[in-house]
Design a protein around this ligand. Structure first.
Ligand SMILES: [Zn+2]
Length: 384
């Protein structure tokens, strides 16, 4: 199947009831309840606040694959995509038969429902579940760990979202997707388990790079002894990390979602058909690295304090108390020679001028004019 076919497939299988990042546990429960009997649903346990965490099993094949999402409550792209995939798996597409005959898939969507409720990374004990593999102080980490140990999957898909300020080394474009076969030791060794994860990633990259050129990178390759991906890899599950990053004008990740869907589906198809075995690790290591060479906003060649220089501005998102949205606070990230950087929005016109003070590391609070026209305005970090 060609990548463009997969992307066009996505529009017909997109789960329309999940249409921004702020859906909650009750929303996914309503969808889980509607799944047909080919999806075997089981409650695996409860979150700190008593919300159910489910596993959903599908397919009859010998290769076991586990996919889990939203360990971090404010990283919703993976969960949206899993429900798109459930819709796809109910179709009569030829790839569905291939997957059903060769794989048994076990899904755990929304591992951190309490975090999703208030749209925060951490669980209700304020612990990062993905740093809790060793101690398992959180019930959510216990459930996820137990689920892998019982199912003993050959492959694992660890589904996350990354900061939108990651870019692709060499391109200065947002890292819309990042992949990683996490390390299982400090030496970053490569055994067969990790190698197979690398080969599946190489296959995913080969396809996705055609539609997202220079916008896919490898996530930071460091051993994190407390994280799930690293430990699942160590236990013999070839684990693939997928991170959804930034994409122009796509704050609710609805465009990225289709590329994310295509990543998972090409990954699963390569596993079901064993096509990943034709790849090699050299191709994996030639995927560009994640770096930070972009800003949310960049103002170039602007006169401040008697010099002409560049200003880089980023925002931080903070969830509203009701967990149904976020407030953005913009701050001055950098001042100086930013000629090696790019941004989601660049201001670089003749006759630009600034009214107000530019203070490094402080909230943006100024007006930008082009000729006499106001083109950008901040008051104490808030975009006007
Ligand atoms: Zn995450």
């Amino acid at each position: 199947m060609y990548i463009k076919d997969i992307l066009s497939l996505h529009s017909s299988f997109k789960e329309v009831r999940l249409n921004n990042r702020f859906f909650k546990h009750e929303d996914i429960i309503a969808l889980i309840k509607k799944l047909p009997a080919t999806f075997k649903v089981k409650e695996a346990g409860k979150s700190v606040k008593g919300l159910s965490i489910h596993t959903i099993q599908w397919g009859n094949g010998p290769v076991k694959v586990m996919l889990w999402s939203q360990m971090h409550g404010d990283e919703a792209t993976g969960t949206m995509t899993l429900f798109d995939l459930f819709n796809f798996l109910q179709s009569d597409h030829e790839s569905v038969t291939l997957l059903a005959n060769n794989c048994t898939l076990l899904f755990m969507p929304m591992v951190n429902p309490d975090g999703a409720t208030v749209f925060t990374r951490r669980n209700a004990q304020q612990i990062d579940i993905n740093r809790d593999y060793l101690q398992t102080l959180t019930p959510e980490a216990k459930i996820l760990k137990q689920c892998r140990d019982d199912f003993e999957p050959h492959f694992g898909f660890n589904l996350h979202d990354q900061n939108t300020l990651w870019s692709v080394k060499g391109s200065r474009k947002p890292a819309t997707l990042s992949y990683l076969a996490p390390a299982y030791d400090e030496a970053l060794s490569v055994n067969d388990t990790r190698k197979n994860a690398m080969l599946v990633i190489t296959e995913m990259f080969k396809h996705l790079n055609l539609v997202l050129p220079q916008q896919i990178s490898l996530f930071d390759n460091e051993f994190e002894p407390r994280a799930f991906g690293d430990n699942f890899q160590k236990k013999g599950t070839s684990t693939i990390l997928i991170e959804a990053g930034g994409y122009q004008n796509d704050f609710e990740k609805q465009e990225i979602r289709s590329f994310y869907f295509a990543s998972i589906l090409t990954g699963l198809i390569s596993i079901a058909s064993s096509s990943y075995q034709n790849q090699n690790t050299d191709s994996y290591f030639s995927i560009p690295q994640n770096t930070k060479q972009i800003f949310h906003i960049l103002i170039k060649n602007i006169a401040i304090n008697g010099i002409k220089t560049d200003i880089g501005i980023n925002y931080e998102e903070k969830p509203y108390l009701n967990g149904l949205g976020t407030e953005k606070t913009y701050f001055i990230e950098d001042i100086g020679d930013l000629s090696y950087c790019d941004a989601y929005t660049v201001y670089h016109t003749e006759n630009q001028s600034i009214e107000g003070d530019i203070v490094f590391n402080q909230n943006a609070s100024f007006k930008l004019y082009s000729d006499q026209n106001l083109i950008l305005s901040f008051t104490d970090g808030k975009l006007q």
